[in-house]
Design a protein around this ligand. Structure first.
Ligand SMILES: [Zn+2]
Length: 109
């Protein structure tokens, strides 16, 4: 499963603009993965570890997506992260965690 970066309307219905995979964002993708790897190291129990590993896999899927021109490429074990961001989209219309919101709204609106 992947979403075409140039079919923006299609993916916008499902995810917000924070999931754009724009040109020149390679360093950003690397940084996102690094941030998640750091969180894996900080996991205090099995459930947290699974969550964080899933976040890393999603980051890698984003990296692969960047390289082949998609928003995201489906990865092994990323279902947890996908479920998490789908829940966020339903709850407040943004894939990012609440601390990234601007006045309770998606910063990419
Ligand atoms: Zn957003």
């Amino acid at each position: 499963m992947w979403v075409d970066a140039d079919k923006e309307e299609v993916y916008r219905m499902k995810y917000c603009g924070c999931l754009r995979n724009g040109k020149g964002e390679f360093v950003l993708r690397c940084k996102e993965i690094w941030d998640e790897v750091v969180e894996v190291c900080g996991a205090r129990n099995w459930e947290e570890l699974k969550d964080e590993v899933s976040d890393v896999m999603f980051g890698l899927g984003r990296m692969l997506g960047y390289l082949c021109g998609h928003v995201y490429v489906k990865m092994w074990f990323d279902e947890r992260h996908v479920k998490k961001i789908e829940g966020r989209m339903e709850e407040y219309g943004c894939v990012r965690s609440k601390r990234h919101l601007v006045a309770g709204m998606c910063p990419s609106l």
